[in-house]
Each structure stands twice: as structure tokens, then as C-alpha cells.
Design a protein around this ligand. Structure first.
Ligand SMILES: [Zn+2]
Length: 306
């Protein structure tokens, strides 16, 4: 691995708000190690930094929250001519989501974006990759999208990738402490609580019950995700009662549910109970934007630069 790909987090000596006039200058400073691509990182290792500069019309900037579009699928003129694939930089962003790695965000000049600088590029600090999904763009091709959320805590450690992927030294018995904000907002509203109660705290996928001395544990999983841009409703036709494993798999799109409640991506059927009507339109949204089942990776291309 080349040295310039080894850094996550802030680059020492470069304050938030520092501006650069070109990709060459950003690369020289180590803030964005790419000659022109918007995503710097390695599939399977994580993304270090992204540039948002108005090149993708689907990008949406809300300041401390960004809906970012993946790379690829466009010809030299920027026309969208093919599906974007979940590989290279796009996959690196998912690694960052799964491993909770801080991502440097650089905004490039874009007169349509009130958060962007007027000229050049500006380092705007660290974000988490909160979630990913896909859309079918106007052109009819698949586009990967990411919700990036600003890290409020300014005290973020500077990771060395070598540290992240090797075991700690034997004498170090202290658990690794990193500054991590809550990734999944637990929103157990009355409706969510009732869904769990209604299903007797039994996973609707595997049927497991997790009993403890303090009571049963299950999670309420929203089919169409809450929050923008999905804006799934927090009402019970959009909620499933799932065990933690199946909740994570469902949120990551490892499986989905057909209209007849047959599971897709894994075997079996969703366990439904009369009286809990599940919104088939929400299931359709999950299939059309989140479902992305595991396929055996192509090992030859597993570690390409993004
Ligand atoms: Zn389960």
C-alpha cells in the first residue's frame, strides 16, 4: 500500500476551513489523495476523503448532513450511461460505514450550493458515513447514494490504517477507545414498542426470542428508513420486529421481503401475524433502494484503488 493511502481523520497541521486551489494542492497536502476522482480510498479498507463540488446533480448539501452520490457510470461529458457499481470508491465508503471510520469532506466551488466556497476547495472537517442505498436516476441507471453526517466532536483521533487492521500489542489490555457518536438512533416510539409486544418479542425472520433476567430483547426495524431523504413513517405498518442480527442485515440490504412475504436473499418467509398489516409499498421501497445481497467477491479486483 502506498503511503498516501494510509491516513484517516484530520491531517496534522491542516485546520478545518483551509482552502486549496486545485486537486494537485490537495494531494500535496495529503488532504485528498486523488488526481481527479471525488472519492479517495480503498475498497475493503475505507474511504479517507471525498470532494463534493456540484458535479453530480443528485448530491444534496444540508451543511452538517450531505446526501452524496457515488462515482462511475458516466461518460467523459458527465452523461450517465451505465449503472454505478458498488466497487472501488463506492465500496470504500461502505467500508467506512461498517467500520465507523471518519471521512474528510472537502467542498469545491459550486454557486448553487450555499455551503460551498466561491472558489477552489475547502476542507470542512470529518463526517461519518451513516448509511447507503441506491436510486434509479433520471437516465434509468443505478446510482449509489450515501448519507454523510458531520462529526460534532472536534476531538477525533487521527487513525493510522495499519493500526486499525492489526491486533493491538499483547501488553495493551485497555480496550480501544474511539470517539464515536451514536450511529443508530434508537427510536422506540409507542408504535415500535407495540410492534415488539404484538410479536411477543419474537424475530419475524428467524423466530428467536432473546430472554434475559430483565425481560425480553428485540428491535424495531423500519422498513423504509427514517430521516431524509427516505422519510419513512414511524408507524407500525413500516416496522418489523427483528433480532439484532436480522435488523443489521435488513438495514444493510442483505435480504429483503417480497410482496407475498417470502424472504429474498435468504431462505424462508417473514413471520406475519394477523392484525399487524405491513405496508407493501414500504417493502417495495426497501427492495428498490436498499436490497443488495452478498455475492462472492471477485478477489482479483478486491483491493483496487477507488
Ligand atoms: Zn432473527
Amino acid at each position: 500500500m502506498t503511503k498516501e493511502y494510509s491516513r484517516f481523520g484530520h491531517v496534522p497541521g491542516i485546520a478545518i476551513g483551509t482552502t486549496f486551489d486545485s486537486y494537485v494542492a490537495m494531494r500535496a497536502a495529503g488532504i485528498h489523495n486523488q488526481t481527479q476522482a471525488g472519492i479517495a480510498g480503498l475498497a475493503g479498507r475505507g474511504a479517507e476523503s471525498i470532494v463534493i463540488s456540484g458535479g453530480y446533480e443528485d448530491d444534496q448539501d444540508f451543511g452538517s448532513e450531505i446526501i452524496y452520490t457515488g462515482q462511475g457510470g458516466r461518460d467523459a461529458s458527465g452523461r450517465h450511461i451505465a449503472d454505478q457499481k458498488l466497487e472501488r470508491g463506492n465500496r470504500a465508503l461502505v467500508t467506512s460505514e461498517l467500520e465507523k471510520l471518519p471521512l474528510r469532506v472537502i467542498r469545491g466551488a459550486d454557486r448553487k450550493n450555499p455551503f460551498a466556497p466561491l472558489t477552489g476547495y475547502r476542507y470542512d472537517g470529518l463526517f461519518w458515513v451513516d448509511s447507503h442505498w441506491f436510486d434509479i436516476g433520471i437516465s434509468g441507471h443505478k446510482v449509489w447514494r450515501y448519507r454523510l453526517v458531520a462529526i460534532e466532536n472536534g476531538d477525533i483521533p487521527r487513525y493510522q490504517i495499519e493500526d486499525l487492521f492489526k491486533p493491538p500489542p499483547a501488553e495493551n489490555q485497555e480496550p480501544r477507545r474511539t470517539s464515536v457518536t451514536v450511529q443508530r438512533i434508537v427510536r422506540d416510539t409507542a408504535q415500535a414498542k407495540y410492534v415488539k409486544y404484538f410479536h411477543r418479542h419474537t424475530c419475524q425472520v428467524c423466530g428467536i426470542k432473546l430472554e434475559s433476567g430483565g425481560g425480553p430483547y428485540m428491535e424495531a426495524a423500519h422498513i423504509r428508513p427514517l430521516g431524509r431523504p427516505h422519510d419513512g413513517p414511524d408507524i407500525w405498518d413500516n416496522i418489523l420486529c427483528l433480532c439484532p442480527n436480522h435488523h443489521v442485515m435488513f438495514d444493510l440490504g442483505a435480504f429483503s421481503v417480497a410482496e407475498d412475504f417470502k424472504l429474498i436473499g435468504i431462505d424462508g418467509n417473514l413471520r406475519v401475524r394477523k392484525g399487524h398489516d405491513i405496508g407493501v409499498q414500504h417493502l417495495a421501497y426497501h427492495r428498490e433502494h436498499v436490497f443488495n445481497p452478498f455475492v462472492e467477491p471477485d478477489t482479483e479486483n478486491a483491493d483496487l484503488r477507488g
